[in-house]
Design a binder for this molecule. Structure first.
Ligand code: GPP
Ligand code: MG
Length: 286
């Protein structure tokens, strides 16, 4: 897609510079690279679905690889579920991956729908990594990654049939982001958000949620903030799916793997105590 230059610098604030620096410095994150090496889809999101408990048994020397394969399968299942909610799409539809990471969900969308996909990220490292993947996969003319801020993408107004955020809205103010998404979507266009959000009902942010924020330099929003921001932007929810119970097995398996990073118990605590939800929200632009 032709893109104008952003009207403001890509990194607008000290916070955004800190987030970009965090992701630019994550170049040896084996929990993501080893999973991506399984089939060349490098994800920066978590998984859903039951794991096969037999991966933990059997020969010790191949246990790690069995667990890696299984965690990757659950992460790709999450992306597949997200794509299921983009709606029927023809190959001439234009799509945006807002916070595209190393490109995993973008490539899956292109594979499934044949559409042109643009991804934006404020990490130059991630944009370069994903662009190299697009070249390796021979789809660089159809799947493109840009060093851009999702709050100011400079993509044309009403140019997109669908867009998604796969665990990226905890880095932005949802009101600002959804206003830009509403601008980008054509009338009737679809926005799908998968996110972790704190539970308004249990009150302020729990210790476990605060630990997750501090681990990833992010700012998890309350559930209510999503629906207020959607309503304010003319994005009308059609599906809201609580994926919390479906993501807990992923964290249980990850906690038992040699790739555990130390954040697993915080996710398990937050989800089990009910202070945190894993949600998919699909909304239409009116
Ligand atoms: C990172 O995925 C995802 C986030 C930083 C967003 C936080 C998500 C929430 C649901 C709160 P990753 O794949 O880079 O993380 P890890 O390296 O831990 O696998
Ligand atoms: Mg990961």
């Amino acid at each position: 897609m032709t893109t104008a230059s952003p009207t403001t610098p890509v990194l607008r604030t000290d916070y955004q510079r800190a987030v970009a620096a965090y992701w630019d410095s994550h170049q040896h994150d084996s929990v993501n690279l080893l999973l991506g090496d399984v089939d060349g889809l490098y994800h920066h999101h978590y998984g859903i679905g039951r794991f096969d408990p037999t991966v933990l048994d059997g020969p010790q020397d191949s246990r790690d690889q069995r667990v890696i394969d299984e965690l990757h399968r659950l992460e790709s299942a999450q992306a597949d579920l997200l794509l299921d909610h983009l709606g029927p799409l023809s190959a001439d539809a234009r799509l945006l991956d807002a916070g595209s990471g190393r490109g995993g969900t973008s490539f899956m969308a292109h594979q499934r729908f044949g559409c042109q996909v643009d991804g934006v990220s404020i990490s130059r490292y991630q944009v370069d990594f994903a662009t190299a993947q697009a070249q390796r996969r021979g789809v660089a003319d159809r799947v493109r990654f840009h060093f851009r801020n999702m709050l100011d993408t400079a993509l044309p107004t009403a140019s997109l049939r669908a867009l998604w955020t796969n665990e990226t809205t905890m880095y932005v103010d949802p009101t600002e982001a959804f206003a830009e998404f509403a601008r980008l979507l054509e009338p009737g266009g679809r926005y799908v958000c998968v996110t972790g959000c704190s539970n308004d009902v249990t009150g302020g942010r729990s210790r476990a949620v605060s630990r997750i924020d501090s681990h990833y330099t992010c700012n998890i929003h309350p559930r209510s903030a999503y629906f207020a921001a959607l309503a304010a932007s003319g994005l009308v929810p059609i599906d809201v799916i609580d994926l919390t119970a479906r993501t807990i097995p992923y964290w249980e398996l990850r906690a038992r793997s040699s790739l555990a990073t130390g954040i697993e118990q915080s996710f398990l605590t937050a989800y089990r105590e009910g202070s945190f939800h894993y949600l998919l929200i699909a909304a239409d632009r009116v």
